[in-house]
Design a protein. Structure first.
Lengths: 289, 420
């Protein structure tokens, strides 16, 4: 009996060792991984840098983000170096509750807007309770990581934020600002747009004279207010990703946006149809997994 | 005890029982759709969280279960005593069962309702949940929490569904095996320092604590009563009789709360145990089969599954509307991992509360088995469908059990005849 238990123990250790070894190889491949998690109607984008730093942009409307994180991080890595919240709407922040509970988060960075919803107040309370540094981001801020991946905040400017949300509160339907960030690694360029409206996006693009993107996240889940012919013409992305839920009540993505993308001959990837979308880049080339 | 004395006691017990049932159902208020209701209850499972709301499972004064949908905040949790007032709605489910629900009622926390014991179990639950969720992938964490503590509130819906389709949902309900392991573990530890009798008393208290920790589901109450009876029998020096203890457990539970009779968890737990007690021994008489079982790795598990399923089939069909034959096979593939996972998860949980890194090591050790379990379940849930029964009649249930009983009697008598 004892002999059996010992053999069984050894077997488990061997399998566990193999598992950890496999993960060590898989998750430290020296490449940039960007994953648009399949979280339904909302956004959650996970970025793992070539050096194994973890960045999460938004948390989605539910805890689906958790399985996305655990599928793309080794089991022993329980630290997320940076969380960026593009704007405080439920479909972007709700999943962060569980993320904060289960992971060590080293920095929580958000747009400087508040939301009266109780869930958001609770989230900020949790951030403060856990003594996670809380920063507000504006156009011009940037993160440069060791491996060469850069995250630059292109919008909003303080002025634009003050103009669209004079009371510091986010609106539900009216025009509001959302963080726009450019993730770049060598020649790979990805623009993350949150729920940006076309005006803000156009202003940011012009200010930073941005063009020839690898990937564009279609703003606001494909809402008709997020994109225009002019924007696509300037950015010229190879692929457009839409993070959207099946049969959502908003009718996202709108035919207007789909039409615009098709006419510009841009390949569309949708989380409601393709599931999660993962892009891998070594700084020179990139591919969709 | 003479036969006549035994029968007299039995008749008296049944008489008490009928009086209790009669009084209970005579005074039972009939719930009307739209009726206003206000009641006090204690929450014994963590509410499930959906995007903007929490869903709380509570019990009415009559013991009937009610599902309450409330706003996200303030959040309620295990151990909270609350007064709930609102409009009752009676929903008819697909399988024609009635479900009581309340949408956004007024919920007041009862400040005087603090209970030291519940505060302790609540603390342990919270710490263990957090420990598992911080150190394991989400599905693995929820599976291990279910297996060790019967905590399944945070289990992803898809995975719960996979477990149901593959017929292994029972592993995440705390029941007989948990009690056996908790009782066995505690009594062997206590026996080191204490006199046997005291060790057994403490083990019984330990089982009660565990049952409370697991949220007092019918399956764990039944198993705990049976486990306690087994321990008591040891203290009193009596032989343990499984069938008696099962009926005593059911008697106590139904006497305290007659409406438990209609609880699916109770029905499944009772019938499955009965199946193991009555049907399982029949197979032991066949020497060829017995030696085959001893040699094979999963034979015992398969046989156990067959016995439990044979005795619960109509209940499964009536409530879940589906049954998959492949589930016997799947149970055979995964059940052997359950005691190992219980041990690793239990030790990991206990140590992890004191010092997290040590607990984490045990949780890591359980990871290969958890991943294996998940893989088997998800693969089979996708590949094999279930056989669906849309129209389910009580005649089928009656006929099925009559047939099962006659088969059991037939085999028992043949056994008897052979022995003679």
């Amino acid at each position: 009996m004892l002999k059996k238990i010992i053999w069984f123990g050894i077997l488990i250790l061997v399998v566990l060792g193999g598992l950890l070894f496999y993960q060590r190889i898989k998750f430290y491949d020296g490449k940039l991984h960007v994953v648009f998690c399949d979280v339904g109607q909302g956004d959650a984008i996970f970025i793992r840098t070539p050096k194994g730093l973890d960045i999460l942009v938004d948390g989605g409307p539910n805890d689906n983000v958790l399985s996305c994180l655990s599928n793309h991080m080794p089991v022993w890595d329980r630290t997320i170096e940076l969380i960026i919240l593009t704007h405080p709407h439920t479909d972007h922040f709700f999943g962060l509750h569980e993320v904060l509970k289960r992971y060590n988060v080293l920095s929580f960075d958000s747009e400087k807007l508040d939301n009266k919803a109780l869930g958001f107040a609770e989230l900020i309370k949790e951030v403060k309770q856990k003594k996670i540094p809380l920063h507000y981001l504006f156009s011009g801020d940037a993160f440069k990581t060791k491996g060469g991946v850069k995250v630059e905040i292109l919008a909003p400017t303080r002025e634009f934020l003050a103009e669209t949300s004079p009371n510091g509160m986010i609106g539900e339907n009216n025009e509001f600002a959302s963080l726009i960030s450019l993730v770049s690694y060598g020649s790979f360029k990805l623009l993350l747009t949150g729920d940006t409206q076309a005006d803000e996006l156009l202003e940011a693009i012009s200010q930073y004279s941005l063009s020839n993107l690898s990937l564009l996240q279609v703003p606001h889940h494909g809402s008709k207010t997020g994109l225009s012919f002019e924007i696509l013409n300037l950015l010229k992305p190879k692929i457009a990703v839409i993070s959207v839920g099946k049969n959502n009540k908003y009718g996202h993505p709108t035919p207007f946006v789909l039409d615009l993308l098709e006419k510009a001959k841009i390949k569309i990837l949708r989380t409601d149809q393709n599931g999660e979308v993962e892009v891998i880049s070594d700084g020179k080339t990139w591919k969709v997994n | 005890m003479t036969k006549s004395a035994f029968i007299t006691i039995l008749v008296f017990l049944l008489l008490f029982f009928s009086v209790r049932f009669f009084l209970f159902y005579r005074n039972q208020p009939q719930h009307q759709n739209g009726e206003y209701l206000s009641f006090e209850t204690r929450i014994l499972s963590s509410p499930q969280i959906f995007s903007n709301q929490q869903r709380i499972s509570a019990n009415l004064d009559t013991g009937e279960r009610i599902l309450i949908t409330a706003p996200m905040y303030p959040q309620f949790g295990y151990g909270d005593s609350v007064r709930i007032s609102g409009k009752l709605q009676v929903r008819v489910l697909d399988n024609k069962k009635l479900m009581l629900v309340m949408y956004f009622p007024k919920i007041e926390a009862n400040k005087n309702g603090k209970n030291l014991l519940l505060a302790v179990t609540g603390f342990v639950r919270q710490r263990v949940t957090l420990l598992f969720e911080k150190n394991l992938p989400p599905i693995s964490a929820s599976l291990l929490l279910g297996i060790v503590f019967g905590i399944k509130e945070n289990m992803p819906k898809d995975f719960t569904n996979d477990l149901r389709i593959s017929g292994v949902l029972h592993v995440v309900a705390a029941s007989g095996m948990n009690v056996t392991m908790v009782g066995g573990f505690l009594s062997s530890i206590f026996s080191f320092f204490l006199k046997r009798q005291y060790a057994l008393v403490l083990s019984i208290l330990g089982i009660c604590f565990y049952a409370l920790l697991a949220g007092l589901e019918p399956s764990i109450i039944r198993a705990s009563i049976m486990g306690i009876l087994a321990f008591l029998a040891q203290i009193l020096g009596r032989q343990r009789l499984a069938a008696y203890s099962l009926f005593i457990a059911a008697y106590i539970m139904l006497f305290v709360s007659p409406s438990t009779l209609f609880d699916v968890g109770f029905q499944l737990s009772f019938m499955a145990t009965l199946g193991l007690i009555v049907i399982r021994p029949i197979f032991d008489k066949n020497k060829k089969l017995k030696s085959l079982l001893n040699k094979s790795f999963v034979g015992e598990d398969v046989l156990t599954t067959v016995c439990a399923q044979a005795s619960t089939l109509p209940i499964l069909l009536a409530n879940f509307g589906s049954y998959s034959f492949i589930s016997v096979f799947i149970n055979g593939l995964v059940l052997w991992t359950v005691p190992v996972l219980m041990t690793l998860g239990g030790i990991g949980g206990l140590l992890g509360i004191i010092f997290e890194p040590v607990g984490a090591i045990f949780l890591y050790l359980s990871l290969p088995l958890l991943l294996y379990f998940q893989k088997v379940v998800s693969v089979f849930a996708q590949v094999f469908g279930t056989f669906n029964l849309t129209n389910f009649s009580w005649q089928f249930t009656g006929g099925y059990y009559l047939m099962l009983i006659s088969l059991v009697i037939f085999f028992l008598q043949r056994k008897q005849a052979k022995a003679d």
